[in-house]
Design a protein around this ligand. Structure first.
Ligand SMILES: [Fe+2]
Ligand SMILES: [Fe+2]
Length: 267
């Protein structure tokens, strides 16, 4: 457990994101490639705040860099080319390689819990921007999907990040014990996170964003594989797939999709 004074050396947002990344990595490592079977593995320990802070100047990359651009101790893989007019499903298949298991599980859980389709969709998309960047991933995920999803869905995706830090036991969300251990009992989120929470708390769509956090934490179940096909009809109803393909439709976010298509291009 880190000493209380070392907790302040790394922002809690960064730590919370590092926790998410660690859990996603654990989930992905737990699955045998292509089989959905559980793989034998040694239990790993989550690094402390002090360890993360101490590593900053030992790395050639920033902690916030996305999974597509940096793959830890291993070399990055050669990516398969995308179709000319890529659909969301192509990104799940060919680019969202580290985040898809987690978001599929989250959407599966939300669907099983009978939540509105806008929330199931938010769960399905809420973390995939982490392939690009980890910093402020709620805002990034909402941003890249905003032109294509219902407004309610974009709202739920954006604010799930801030809501992680605030309990709502009536809604079924307890403050995560892991955060208590990592950040200490008297931890206060950064002012912009608090402001986002306060805004969302009073908003008529608060429950939608809250439901993403409720169906998020419990969605790192090793050995459970959910296929995107389970959501094909839902996507048909609520995701406006551009006929030109994501990245080529001239929306204000098209260039971001192209960066995901071609992460190896230098310029
Ligand atoms: Fe998240
Ligand atoms: Fe998540």
């Amino acid at each position: 457990m880190p000493e209380p004074n070392t907790l302040k050396t790394t922002s809690a947002e960064a730590m919370a994101d590092a926790v998410e990344e660690f859990l996603q990595d654990e989930l992905n490592r737990s699955l045998q490639p292509g089989t959905g079977q559980q793989a034998p593995r040694a239990k790993r320990r989550f690094p402390t705040a002090a360890e993360i802070a101490a590593q900053i100047e030992t790395r050639h990359h920033r902690l916030g860099v996305g999974n597509l651009f940096y793959s830890g101790e291993q070399h990055v893989r050669k990516l398969s080319p995308m179709p000319e007019k890529p659909a969301l499903a192509d990104f799940f298949r060919l680019r969202f390689l580290d985040t898809s298991n987690h978001v599929l599980q989250s959407a599966n859980l939300a669907q099983k819990n009978g939540l509105p389709e806008e929330v199931v969709l938010a769960c399905l998309l809420h973390d995939v921007s982490q392939e690009l960047i980890h910093v402020d991933h709620g805002w990034w995920s909402a941003h890249i999907f905003e032109p294509y999803v219902p407004e309610k869905t974009a709202f739920a995706i954006r604010y799930h990040q801030a809501l992680r830090f605030y309990a709502d036991e009536a809604a079924g969300y307890k403050y995560p014990e892991l955060y208590l251990e990592l950040f200490g009992e008297d931890y206060k989120p950064e002012p912009y996170v608090e402001a986002a929470y306060q805004m969302a708390r009073k908003h008529k769509w608060y429950d939608l964003a809250r439901m993403v956090t409720v169906n998020d934490l419990y969605s790192f179940e090793p050995g459970v594989v959910v296929e995107l096909e389970q959501f094909t009809d839902l996507l048909g109803r609520h995701f406006k797939q551009p006929p030109e393909g994501l990245g080529f439709d001239n929306t204000p976010v098209a260039h971001i999709w192209r960066s995901i298509i071609w992460p190896d291009r230098p310029l």
